[in-house]
Write a protein that binds this ligand. Structure first.
Ligand code: PEP
Ligand code: MG
Length: 325
């Protein structure tokens, strides 16, 4: 099996009827970088910068952050890397960061909230990223954005850091793309405003699913009751892709759903043309894609999402989609 996937590495990621999908991989440490070559992924769709912070016993200094980001960009060569700003807080605890005990950590002081309230932290990270990407492209996205104003605020921090580096004669990136993760349902009702100001969007389906169904992603007793391959969730995801396309802004998805062949199938069926997954999933997802007639799946899935429940005669969307895989 592994052999078969290795053979697929250099083959195009295209459906049987000729539609291209960009298959990216998720990473978080320098150790992950060789997987880029091995998997044949088209780039890093999500680089989780918090891992460096989580394995450290004190705050990594700006120099250490910059060194990591440089290594990652060097290893990726010409392939794009999308960094995510620090996504800590809640259950991702840094032993050296003192935070109050929270009753609902997933809904607590985490990710961009922490970054905006403690701007020194975010500024240092942004500076490290800008320096590491000097003379090349920087792609950066912010996690857990709930209001477009938070993205604007984060963007202004990046702009101020760019100004600072320029004044001090540092080389800044040739190109900068700033994006927001869609993980909080409130953003679904601000999509037009959001697409008006971001360069790209990446859906964090793990968190979006947990918040949409009010089901803790770490608690299988409740999360397993619900299925991401369900009408409400796929409708929400489809809405994001449709609005992104209308606005001419790229949309990708980097949660676990992208790495499950049946999940990737559904995502392709509702219009995603770029997804990011664990490196080991790239082969299996590409194999699924090669067998897929997307021209047939698209209208079939649209019918299921738009039809009243009764038309499915009690069968789940998942079981109907399985027949396509
Ligand atoms: C997500 O929420 O889907 C995501 C990609 O981010 P994380 O799993 O790191 O929260
Ligand atoms: Mg998330």
């Amino acid at each position: 099996r592994q052999e078969r996937y290795r053979e697929l590495r250099d083959q195009p990621s295209r459906s049987r009827d000729g539609t291209e999908l960009t298959l990216l991989m998720n990473a978080g440490l320098v150790f992950d970088m060789p997987h880029l070559e091995e998997s044949g992924a088209a780039g890093i769709g999500l680089f989780r910068t918090e891992l460096q912070f989580m394995v450290a016993s004190t705050f990594p200094r700006t120099g250490a952050q910059q060194a990591l980001y440089s290594k990652v960009l060097d290893a990726a060569g010409d392939l794009p890397v999308t960094f995510r700003s620090l996504d800590v807080g809640g259950d991702k605890v840094l032993p050296y960061l003192r935070v109050a005990q929270e009753e609902n950590p997933a809904l607590g002081w985490r990710a961009i909230r922490l970054g905006l309230d403690r701007p020194a932290l975010l500024k240092a990270q942004v500076r490290a990223l800008l320096k590491a990407a000097g003379g090349r492209e920087l792609r950066l996205m912010f996690p857990m954005v709930s209001e477009v104003g938070e993205f604007r605020h984060a963007r202004s921090i990046v702009e101020r850091e760019i100004g600072h580096l320029e004044r001090h004669g540092h080389k800044i990136p040739d190109k900068i793309a700033l994006g927001a993760m869609v993980e909080v349902p409130a953003l679904l009702y601000q999509l037009d405003e959001l697409f008006g100001i971001v360069d790209f969007v990446s859906v964090g389906s793990n968190d979006l699913f947990q918040f949409m169904f009010a089901a803790d992603r770490g608690n299988a007793v409740v999360s397993a009751r619900f299925d991401p391959l369900s009408v409400p969730f796929l409708r929400a995801l489809r809405q994001i892709v449709d609005r992104g396309r209308a606005a001419g802004k790229p949309v990708t998805l980097c949660g676990e759903l992208a790495g499950q062949p049946i999940g990737a199938l559904a995502l392709a069926g509702i219009g995603f043309r770029s997804i990011s997954m664990a490196p080991a999933s790239v082969g299996p997802v590409k194999a699924m894609l090669h067998a897929l007639d997307l021209g047939e799946l698209g209208p079939f899935l649209a019918g299921l999402l738009d039809a009243p429940d009764s038309d499915r005669r009690g069968r789940s969307l998942r079981s109907l989609l399985t027949e396509f895989a």
